[in-house]
Design a protein around this ligand. Sequence first.
Ligand code: IPE
Ligand code: IPE
Ligand code: MG
Length: 247
Amino acid sequence: MSDSNDASPPIPRHVAIVMDGNGRWAKKRFMPRFFGHKQGVDALVRTVLSCADRGIEYLTVFAFSSENWKRPTEEVSGLMGLVLVAVSKYLSKLAADGVRIRIIGDRRQVSDKLREAWLQAEESTRHNTRITLSVAFNYGGRWDILQACRQAMDDGLASDALDEAALNRYMALSYAPDPDLFIRTGGEVRISNFLLWQAAYSELYFSDCLWPEFGDAELDAALAEYARRDRRFGGVPSGAASLAGGA
Ligand code: IPE
Ligand code: IPE
Ligand code: MG
């Protein structure tokens, strides 16, 4: 990892994105919301490769929340169908580009077809190492904490053996470091039940850009802002320790 003495700005190892604004993007163009979701898939594929080019190791994106079932049936089924189309359209390209794909979320509520597509995406990319793309689908931060607790209890973990590291091993993103940078597009300033546990110390970045128009300029603006942040994790501002005579 870079530190403040390095010439190159620090690059986050892990970026998480709430890909919001598809519906409004379509509405502005007098198009159905589905059109926005379709363009949103293209924006995601572009963004994975841009992140990989910049040396980001993990990208985790919010594609469908535990609460998105509240949407009209046509929109929900449109989204489910779109995922199947997206996997068949882009999987081989992402696999060839070195992307490892993981899906996080409750798979029990999705169709067999979708579960098979997820498995195929994970299996066919499992040896890739350039970047790990985790797609959060039927995911909620509260669901994640609960399912981790349940698994820990099923494993018979004693309460005094349960600490943060132990619980983290059951969390959906146990294979990744915590997100350094948490981006939300679409102008809303909220977390909407995304990575509640993992984002405890993420740098938050909110952009008015609607997800389908997210591109390199927006990514680089977020990375530049990240590079200016002073991450303290509860400590003192950088430089303050030496001023106070600390080590
Ligand atoms: C985010 O875009 C994608 C999903 C939640 C699936 P939205 O569909 O929430 O778009 P807006 O926020 O209504 O514009
Ligand atoms: C968050 O966006 C979920 C995803 C981007 C998948 P929403 O559009 O569902 O969030 P709210 O309803 O504005 O909080
Ligand atoms: Mg939205």
